[in-house]
Design a binder for this molecule. Structure first.
Ligand code: PLP
Length: 413
């Protein structure tokens, strides 16, 4: 999907793969700037879902017939694709229903087993609620303490902020790979290395990371890494938890039922090895297979090409928004990816999102499931524009024109 002659990014061709980008919104061109919430899907993924239900569908792992074996092979093949995608071993990839389910799995299984009174969990002020509330909940029930790393949203993340909080009671350090509000890219490798010095476990919320750049969990040195399929051009209902086999093989199940057992007797059950120990019940079969297809699609373009393209578009968007008087970008850090959050002097984020929608622009407005972060900076909401492989300069031109309209409506022009 790169231009053969110039090796340049063929944005028209890439966009043409996404049927949803042709939807007319209020009879206008769609400028889809809500990719951080969920990516649109390329046609190969949509076709794969249809094909799977039409000609290769059955339940997995249990059947001995043709279709069940075919579905099992595709499902397990997808696990291998995911493992290769983040340089993990196959038995370290647990399919879940999404990142939220993956984090809850770690909190309930690892957390319940390993956290004790006065143990410390370090997390950041930039956490999505999905990686904040489960830890708050488990910490309360175990008498563990949560320590929050604060940092300046206009600067790159300062490692010393986390260093200062680590003690020999630190059992877990968890943080986003990329903040879904500020776009801050966290120094994953360095944080994991600090955690190792005190024997703390690390969980990286990779929802906004693995979708923008190459992830190598072995190189990063994290114990857990998770992301959602729907943010990686795949379907909803599927997510991934990478868990180092050293940890997961000692962890108890989170959910119990079919497929996660070894032997069940009236008085006792033994469990399957990971990953199946953590995949009780019928899994999201077609979704997992379609995620494999989405990964094929991403690999074909090359995540490094997507990263370069998105950086250009994001930087164009930042310049465009900075040129509008009254727009304030929240999070001026340089090392950022995927998102631009902003406020406007003249209007509330919800009004901005509603007005720009009428101009065909899809943005997100509100607290972005990061209330502690917004509280810390004394704001209640921002408007967020976010990009994917298919985003282009026109999307931001359209947003900038729509923001001029916002200013006119609110008498700021
Ligand atoms: N973590 C981050 C950083 C996110 O951006 C999101 C979703 O927006 C989540 C976690 C939760 O993902 P999901 O709702 O797919 O489980």
């Amino acid at each position: 999907m790169l231009n053969e002659n110039t090796n340049s990014y063929n944005i028209e061709f890439i966009r043409s793969q996404f049927p949803a980008l042709n939807v007319r919104v209020w009879n206008k061109r769609l400028s889809y700037l809500d990719s951080a919430a969920s990516m649109q899907k390329p046609k190969v993924v949509l076709d794969n879902i249809q094909e799977n239900y039409s000609s290769s569908y059955s339940n997995v792992h249990r059947g001995l017939h043709y279709l069940s074996e075919k579905a099992t092979e595709s499902y397990e093949n997808s696990r291998i694709k995911v493992a290769n995608f983040i340089n993990a071993n196959e038995n370290e990839i647990i399919f879940t229903s999404g990142a939220t389910a993956a984090i809850n799995l770690v909190a309930y299984s690892w957390g319940n087993q390993n956290l004790n009174k006065n143990d410390e969990i370090i997390l950041t002020i930039a956490e999505h609620h999905a990686n904040f509330v489960p830890w708050q909940y488990i910490a309360k029930s175990k008498g563990a303490k949560i320590k929050v790393v604060h940092y300046n949203p206009d600067e790159d993340f300062d490692l010393s902020k986390i260093k200062g909080l680590i003690t020999n009671k630190t059992k877990l350090i968890t943080f986003p790979h990329v903040s879904n509000v500020l776009g801050t890219v966290f120094p994953v490798k360095e944080i994991c290395s600090l955690a190792k010095q005190v024997g703390a476990v690390t969980l990286v919320d990779g929802c906004q990371g693995a979708i923008h750049f190459k992830v190598d969990v072995k190189e990063l040195g994290c114990d857990f890494y998770c992301f959602s399929g729907h943010k990686l051009y795949g379907p909803t209902g599927i997510g991934v938890l990478y868990g180092s086999i050293n940890l997961t093989s000692a962890m108890p199940p989170f959910m119990c039922g079919g497929d996660m057992i070894d032997v069940v007797k009236i008085n006792e059950t033994t469990y399957a090895d990971p990953p199946l120990r953590f995949e009780a019940g019928t899994p999201p079969i077609v979704q997992a297979i379609a995620l494999g297809k989405a990964i094929d699609w991403v690999n074909e373009i090359g995540l490094e090409n997507i990263e370069k393209h998105e950086k250009k578009v994001l930087s164009y968007g930042i310049d465009k928004l900075n040129s509008i008087k009254g727009v304030k970008i929240f999070g001026k850090n340089k090392n950022k990816a995927g998102v631009i959050s902003f406020t406007m002097d003249c209007a509330h984020a919800h009004d901005i999102a509603t007005i720009v929608d009428r101009e065909g622009v899809a943005v997100r407005a509100g607290h972005h499931c990061a209330q502690p972060l917004l509280d810390a900076f004394n704001i209640v909401s921002t408007t967020r524009a976010s990009v994917g492989a298919y985003s282009d300069f026109d999307d931001f031109d359209q947003l900038a024109n729509a923001l001029t309209k916002v200013k006119k409506i609110f008498g700021a022009l």
